[in-house]
Each structure stands twice: as structure tokens, then as C-alpha cells.
Design a protein around this ligand. Structure first.
Ligand code: ADP
Length: 617
């Protein structure tokens, strides 16, 4: 438990002053709460019953009577007691409010800071970390785990403080009033505390199983919603409903089980708490008849029990929550412990703009699943010794079957992964020694499945540009990517929102948007990873013509499956199983016997057949 508290204490850094203030308010509220029953006791025993203070008067009551000018004064101003009790309760209420407010502010501050840190950290983690982590799990850690911690920090931390104060103050206070009665009043407090602790320790796994069942249920819903179109297209609704029914029933069963156990706990602890009150009342009443106790003192003891019983019964719950919070914080800590993408220590001043020359030598790379963390066996990686050069402004097309290593090559150029062997140089500088942000600032990328943000079309296009950019420039880029006309057909033009709150773009439109975004960035290096796969042939020709007009402005690397995309490239490399098989222009490669010519023949034959089919007989 101490290690749990240690973690919480570390988390509270930066907000400890606020917690300190909340704690002062808590102490003030508790002290005032403890004072109220004493007024009752003094009034009942010395003002109403007419007892005169003597040697058997508890010190605190004697002090109180002295403060109001003696028992006689209290008797003649009886109204003072209820008014003071109400006023004190009011002041205590204000302190309680301040305590709650301050701890809520502190916990919100911590949660926000934690989320910011997590979010920033996740954005700087290496690509291979994201490759192997489940996104749903990461989202859960960033949201519900942080929320578990926040709730604990907002309420339970103060409850722990409350319990400690009660334990430290209540016993001596009651002891000073009446020793035998204190022993009676605490008779069942010990057992009830131990019962709570052991009970929650025992059913901790039930809480965990409910959490797991909830996670599983969320997972099914998430998967279903992500693939809702596939579900509909394959008329799988019934199957999906069946798939949902299992986890749903499991969640209900486990929740019910937990609720039943909780009901048991609260019923039994109700019984013990009431027994404690009953016992105190019974023994107290008996001692009043024998003259060992006054009515006022019995009133005080019953009042203090009222104050103490709830926090005592909550203790088991607080300790369970402490465990849960600790698990949540461990899960969060696991993310924060992953090292960020390393950045080179010191770099010589870099030019603002790259010339655009690329030199790749004997490049090797294997993904983690392919033995990337070990020295992979020769030839079984994604790239197995690739070498080529691209001059500034030149366009290079990369062709190859799926799994040949084309995307991996693009990812290495973007420094998403580090390469263990070989070299990539940009304008003669080794890529691995260049800061990632600078490298990525020099590159415009279009992926096969580009990601657009839930913003307006204009904002999405401007993403790569840090400063202002003129409307004409945005339009020019959109025209080059053949998306301008399409945008104008939307009612709100460039101000059209996309994503969940706006319209949905087709795959081809998204690719064209991404291309326009990359062009607007005006990078010296343009990487197009199967960027036109969802665009129809006619639009593709338009785009390729526009790109050809811009030739020379950027070094361009194009991955494509359609040969029509590649034929106009200055040079083409044919990649297979991480190795370059052929290099040359379209004319050179078409004249050579090899993979390129075979692909070319297949595609041209298919097109010819297709045209023949279309021709009316
Ligand atoms: P291409 O783009 O030519 O289709 P890729 O570069 O995507 O090929 O993939 C090359 C090889 O690396 C393939 O065998 C593929 O299965 C593997 N690979 C690609 N990405 C990953 C990844 N994130 N984790 C593990 N293996 C990967």
C-alpha cells in the first residue's frame, strides 16, 4: 500500500500546495464539527439539567463553560446554544466546500497535465511502438485510466486525510470526556474497519472482472462501428448481434454479481454500525441510571459516532480504489516509460531548404516481426541491400509486387524507423544524423489511405504550412491535384467541413486532397505512396500532367501499381523482396526482358481486351 501512496504522492507534484490548503480546510471543518456536540453536552448537562461544574466535569466542557461566562450565563441565554450550533455548522460547511473545491481543482489540474503529457509523449514515440500497440488500449489508458486517477485524487485523497484526522483526534477527544464510554463506543469500530478492509481485498478481483467485461464490450462496439459498412454489405447484422450478446450478458452478470456483493457489504456494515450505536445507547442509558454518565455525555458520544461511522465504513472502499488507481497509474506509467524517438544531440546549422539529392547505399531494414530488433538473417527483411541515387528535381518511380518493401523505403526516408545497416543521404548529409522534425518539414507525403482531419477543406490543405498562405496558392495546389472543381461543387466550397460533423469524401477525393496538401507545402522532396490508386484514369492523367508541369520543383518518388502512372518518370526502379531487380527509363525497361516488361505486357493486353469488349459489334 505504501508504494501505491508513493506513486500518488509523486503525481501530486505541482498541486501539493492546493492539497495542503484543502487539508487545512478539512482540519478546520473537522475541528468545528467536533466542537458542535460539546455545546450540546454543556447545554444539556449544565444549563438544562442544572448540574454544577465540578471535579468530574470534563476539561473541554469546563473550558467551554468558562468561555461563555459559566453555567449560569448559559442557563439565562439558552438560545445561544442552538444559534452557535447552527452558525458553527455553517462555517464548517464553508470549509467543507472549500476543501472539495480545492481538491477538485487540484485533481483536474493533475489529470489535464497527465493527459497533455501522455498525448505529447504518444506523438513522439517511435513508429514501431504504434505498430504493435492496440489503439483501443492506448485510448483507454489516456482516458478512463486517467479518469480513475482523477476521481481518486478528487475525493478519496481527502477521505484518506479525513480518516487519518478522525483516527488521530476522535479517540483522545472521547477519552478525555469519559474513558469507559470511549471503550464501549470503539468496541465495534475495530471489527468494522477490519471487515471492510478484508472484504474489499477479497472482492477486488470482482471489480477488475467488471472492468475487463466493460473493456471487452467497448471493444466489440468499436470494431462493429468501424466496420459497419462491411457488416451491412455482408448482411452480418444477426451475427454481430450474437457476437455482442455474449460480452453484454457477461458484463451484466459480473455487474450484478458485484452489486450483490456490495449490497451484502453495506447491509452487514449497516448492521454492525447500528449495533455499535445500539450498544452505546444501551450501556450509556444504563450508566445514566447508575449515575456513572450524564445525558449530555451520551448525546456527545452518539453524535461523535454519527460523525465517525461513515468514514470508517468507507475505509475498505477507499483502499480498494487506491489499488485500482495504482493499477491505472501503472498502465499510464508504462506508456511514459517508453523512450521517445531519439534526436541527434547537436546538429550543424541546417539550410532552410533541401536541394533534393538522395543517395541510398546498401540499405537494410527488417520490421520487428521480421526480426528487426535482432540481426535478421540475410535476405529476409523488408529491405535487403538497396542502393540508388536521385538527382535534385528528378522523378523516380518505384514498382514492385505487394510486400516488395516500397512503403518501407518511404517510411525510412521519413525517418519513421531507424535503419540499422546502410546509408541514406540527403544532399550529402546522413539522414540518421538529421533532426526528424527538420527532415519531415522538407518532405511532402501522400499515403495510399491518407488521413484528413475533422476540419474545413481549407484548414486541411494548409496543414503543412506554418505561416499564412494566399488563397490563390491554395487554389493552385487544388487545381494541380484535380480537386478544385470538386470542391467548388460543395455548397460551402473550401469552408466545407469534413469528418464526423461534415461531409464524407470518397477515397479518390481524399487522395487528391492529400496530394494538394503536399503540393501546397512546397517541399523539396515529394513522396507519393500509391497516392493515386483510388483516382480514375482520366483524373490521374490530369494530375500527372500537372505534376509534369511542375517538374524540377521537387525531387519526386512515386510508388504505383498502374504503369500509366510510372511511364513518364525520369527513372523507374523495380523492387522485389527488398532488392532492386531493374533500373532504367520506361523505354529502357520495356526493351529488357524482365519483370517490368511482363507487367507492361499484362497491363497493356488487359487494356486492349477491355477496349475490344467495349467496342460495339
Ligand atoms: P510494399 O509497400 O511494397 O507492399 P511494405 O514495405 O509495406 O511493402 O512491406 C515489406 C515487408 O515488410 C512485407 O513483408 C510486410 O509484410 C512487412 N511489413 C510492412 N510493415 C510492417 C510492420 N509495420 N510490421 C511488420 N512487418 C511489416
Amino acid at each position: 500500500m505504501l508504494s501505491h501512496l508513493h506513486v500518488i504522492w509523486a503525481l501530486m507534484r505541482g498541486q501539493r500546495l492546493r492539497y495542503g490548503f484543502a487539508l487545512v480546510c478539512l482540519v478546520a471543518a473537522t475541528a468545528i464539527n467536533f466542537g458542535v456536540p460539546l455545546i450540546g453536552t454543556a447545554t444539556i448537562d449544565y444549563a438544562v439539567s442544572g448540574k454544577t461544574p465540578g471535579a468530574d466535569t470534563p476539561a473541554l466542557i469546563a473550558l467551554l463553560l468558562d468561555a461563555v461566562g459559566g453555567a449560569g450565563a448559559l442557563r439565562s441565554h439558552l438560545w445561544l446554544a442552538p444559534v452557535a450550533m447552527v452558525l458553527l455548522s455553517l462555517v464548517s460547511g464553508v470549509f467543507s466546500y472549500l476543501k472539495g473545491w480545492q481538491s477538485a481543482l487540484a485533481s483536474d489540474g493533475i489529470a489535464r497535465q497527465l493527459k497533455d503529457r501522455l498525448y505529447d509523449h504518444l506523438n513522439h514515440l517511435p513508429a514501431h511502438y504504434h505498430d504493435r500497440m492496440d489503439t483501443g488500449d492506448l485510448v483507454q489508458r489516456c482516458t478512463s485510466d486517467v479518469e480513475t486517477a482523477r476521481q481518486f485524487l478528487a475525493t478519496q485523497v481527502m477521505e484518506i486525510g479525513n480518516a487519518v484526522i478522525l483516527a488521530a483526534a476522535a479517540f483522545p477527544l472521547l477519552w478525555s470526556l469519559h474513558v469507559p464510554m470511549t471503550l464501549v463506543s470503539f468496541a465495534l469500530i475495530g471489527p468494522i474497519t477490519i471487515y471492510g478492509y478484508v472484504y474489499f481485498l477479497k472482492i477486488k478481483h470482482v471489480f477488475l472482472s467488471v472492468d475487463e467485461a466493460e473493456g471487452a464490450l467497448t471493444g466489440v462496439i468499436q470494431e462493429n462501428l468501424t466496420g459497419i459498412r462491411v457488416v451491412r454489405a455482408f448482411a452480418r447484422q444477426d451475427f454481430e448481434r450474437g457476437k455482442f450478446a455474449g460480452p453484454n450478458a457477461r458484463y451484466r452478470d459480473r455487474s450484478l454479481h458485484m452489486l450483490r456483493l456490495m449490497s451484502w457489504y453495506w447491509s452487514i456494515s449497516d448492521l454492525v454500525a447500528l449495533s455499535q450505536l445500539g450498544l452505546t445507547l444501551l450501556v450509556g442509558a444504563y450508566w445514566i441510571t447508575t449515575g456513572q454518565l450524564t445525558v449530555g455525555l451520551l448525546f456527545a458520544f452518539l453524535s461523535y459516532l454519527g460523525i465517525m461511522l461513515w468514514p470508517v465504513r468507507q475505509l475498505g472502499r477507499i483502499l480498494t480504489d487506491l489499488g485500482k488507481t495504482s493499477v491505472a497509474l501503472t498502465r499510464i506509467g508504462e506508456i511514459l516509460a517508453v523512450a521517445r524517438e531519439p534526436e541527434p544531440a547537436a546538429v550543424a546549422p541546417l539550410p532552410t531548404r533541401l536541394g533534393g539529392a538522395i543517395a541510398v547505399r546498401d540499405l537494410h531494414f527488417a520490421h520487428v516481426g521480421q526480426g528487426g530488433t535482432r540481426d535478421h538473417a540475410e535476405g529476409d527483411g523488408a529491405l535487403n541491400g538497396v542502393s540508388f541515387d536521385v538527382a535534385p528535381g528528378e522523378s523516380l518511380a518505384i514498382l514492385g509486387p505487394s510486400g516488395a518493401g516500397k512503403s518501407t523505403l518511404m517510411h525510412l526516408l521519413l525517418r519513421l524507423y531507424d535503419y540499422p545497416r546502410g546509408s541514406i543521404q540527403l544532399d550529402g548529409r546522413e539522414l540518421a544524423a538529421l533532426p526528424r522534425s527538420w527532415v519531415r518539414g522538407q518532405i511532402g507525403t501522400v499515403m495510399q489511405e491518407p488521413f484528413l482531419f475533422s476540419k474545413t477543406l481549407r484548414d486541411n490543405l494548409r496543414l503543412g504550412r506554418s505561416g499564412e498562405c494566399a488563397e490563390a496558392e491554395i487554389e493552385e495546389a487544388a487545381r494541380a491535384a484535380a480537386i478544385h472543381e470538386t470542391i467548388l461543387t460543395f455548397e460551402r466550397g473550401y469552408d466545407t467541413l469534413i469528418g464526423e460533423r461534415g461531409i464524407t469524401l470518397s477515397g479518390g477525393q481524399r487522395q487528391r486532397m492529400a496530394l494538394a496538401r503536399a503540393i501546397l507545402k512546397r517541399p523539396p522532396l515529394l513522396l507519393l505512396d500509391d497516392a493515386l490508386s483510388a483516382v480514375d484514369g482520366e483524373t490521374e492523367t490530369l494530375i500527372l500532367n500537372a505534376l509534369r508541369e511542375r517538374r524540377g520543383r521537387a525531387t519526386t518518388l512515386v510508388i504505383a501499381h498502374r504503369l500509366s502512372t510510372l511511364v513518364h518518370a525520369d527513372r523507374i526502379i523495380v523492387l522485389d523482396r527488398g532488392r532492386i531487380l531493374q533500373t532504367g527509363s520506361h523505354a529502357e525497361l520495356a526493351a529488357q526482358d524482365g519483370l517490368y516488361r511482363r507487367l507492361w505486357q499484362i497491363q497493356t493486353n488487359v487494356e486492349a481486351d477491355f477496349k475490344k469488349e467495349l467496342k460495339p459489334a
